[in-house]
Every structure is written in structure tokens, then in C-alpha cells.
Design a protein around this ligand. Structure first.
Ligand SMILES: [Zn+2]
Length: 241
């Protein structure tokens, strides 16, 4: 069984979600199910939440793939999507899981290459390469600017993102859900648990995730610092994106 559940987390970005969802529908290997989870919102009659729901309903008409949308109760959590991803895990049943945050998007071969490399090496999780795009913090330049490529040869901090990997569902059952430790870098933290447990991994070497950072200078500074520490065999575990 190769079914993949695509779990998308979103909050108040219908414009970006439009691009993310379109990239899921354009996959060369389609997911078995798609679930979009909106974070909580405490805005009365929120226009952005209404637009998001409208957009997803329109996508539902365009695809045969089961597509569902949930909104978490309560206020916005600002937990970088952990609660949304955990909710998505509870409402899907596919043996493989891939995530996509609303402002990122996949190249069409993302799921295909991840599944191929995972199945080919009996890996429990697989990582893609990442194209990093920058959006100015000040909104002075609204368009995304291409920043750099990250092509991990093995799982490493700052070289993985929640939207860049595929994993077996059983890893969640064995090692717990997202954000269990309250760590800042949740994507690296959850992968660290799997690495400590000696779960097998694989990398595609393909740049199939497009990742947008809103703090490009901080991202570059942290990335450089992290690579330097890795050269000395150290890992930096608190770093902002
Ligand atoms: Zn809202």
C-alpha cells in the first residue's frame, strides 16, 4: 500500500493556499486523500477564513481525490502548524504522510520521488531538497525572490522542513505527535526522535519543495552559523526560520 495523506496547514492566507493546493493536485503520483486544517481564529465574521473555506470548496469540485477541510476551534495558536498537522493525522488513515504549509508549494514530482526513494530503500521517512524563496519582511518587495537551494545528503538541522518530507504513519504511533517537547524547530525535533530510534531514512536529492521565508537575513545568518557548527561536529538546535 502506497497511499499518501497530504496534510495541509493554513491560517489566513487563501492566496498562498491556492498555489499550495494546486501543486498537490498536479502531483504525478496523486495523494490518496487531502486534508486542509485551518488554525483557530478569533476574528468575528472573519473574511480571510470565509475566503479560505470558499477556495477549498472550489478545489473540491476540481478533483476526484477526497478533500476535506477542518477548522480548529479556539484562537490562533501560532505553533507553526503543529496542532493542525496533529489534527490531520487523526482524521486521515493512509500509511504514508506528507505535509504542506500554506505558503510553500511542491514541484509535480515531489510525492513520486519521495515514495520511490522510500520504497526503494525500505526507509521509514524520506527527505526532498528545498528551493528557498524570500519575501521581504517589510513588504517593500512583495514578490518572492529566489534565495538558495538546500539539498540534504542526510537528515540535518536547517536542511529539513515539515513540507519537505514523507513518513510512515507508524512513526507517529511509535514516537509521538508533533510538538510533543515544545521545541522551537519542530520539524527537526520530530526527525531527531526517529533518528535516535534508528529508523531508516532516504533522500531524493531533488529540489521538489519550494519554501518561502519571511525573514531571509535571519534565515541566511542562522543557516551559515549552523553549517559552521556542523563542520566542527556540533548541532545547533534553536534556530529561527
Ligand atoms: Zn479568520
Amino acid at each position: 500500500m502506497n497511499g499518501v495523506a497530504a496534510i495541509l496547514s493554513t491560517y489566513h492566507r487563501p492566496h498562498e493556499l491556492d498555489r499550495a493546493l494546486a501543486s498537490v493536485l498536479e502531483q504525478t503520483v496523486k495523494p490518496a486523500e487531502i486534508v486542509v486544517v485551518s488554525d483557530g481564529c478569533d476574528v468575528r465574521n472573519c473574511e480571510l477564513c470565509a475566503n479560505t473555506a470558499y477556495l477549498i470548496a472550489a478545489f473540491k469540485q476540481r478533483t476526484q481525490i477526497p478533500l476535506t477541510h477542518y477548522q480548529l476551534p479556539g484562537a490562533h495558536r501560532a505553533d507553526t502548524g503543529a496542532a493542525c498537522r496533529n489534527y490531520g493525522l487523526r482524521v486521515t488513515s493512509s500509511p504514508w504522510i506528507a505535509y504542506l504549509d500554506d505558503d510553500n508549494w511542491w514541484e509535480p514530482t515531489h510525492l513520486e520521488t519521495l515514495l520511490n526513494v522510500a520504497n526503494g530503500s525500505a526507509a521509514a521517512f524520506a527527505l526532498s531538497g528545498i528551493k528557498i524563496w524570500a519575501v521581504s519582511e517589510t513588504d517593500r518587495f512583495k514578490d518572492e525572490v529566489y534565495l538558495m537551494d538546500i539539498r540534504p545528503r542526510r537528515p540535518r538541522h536547517m536542511q529539513v522542513d515539515s513540507s519537505s518530507f514523507l513518513h510512515e504513519r507508524r512513526l507517529i504511533e511509535l514516537y509521538g505527535p508533533w510538538g510533543a517537547t515544545g521545541a522551537v524547530d519542530q520539524d527537526w525535533e520530530i526527525i531527531s526522535r526517529w533518528l535516535r530510534a534508528k529508523e531508516a531514512w532516504a533522500v531524493t536529492g531533488k529540489l521538489t519543495l519550494n519554501y518561502v521565508t519571511r525573514k531571509p537575513l535571519k534565515f541566511l545568518a542562522c543557516y551559515a552559523k549552523n553549517r559552521m557548527m556542523q563542520m566542527f561536529g556540533l548541532e545547533l538546535h534553536r534556530c529561527m526560520k
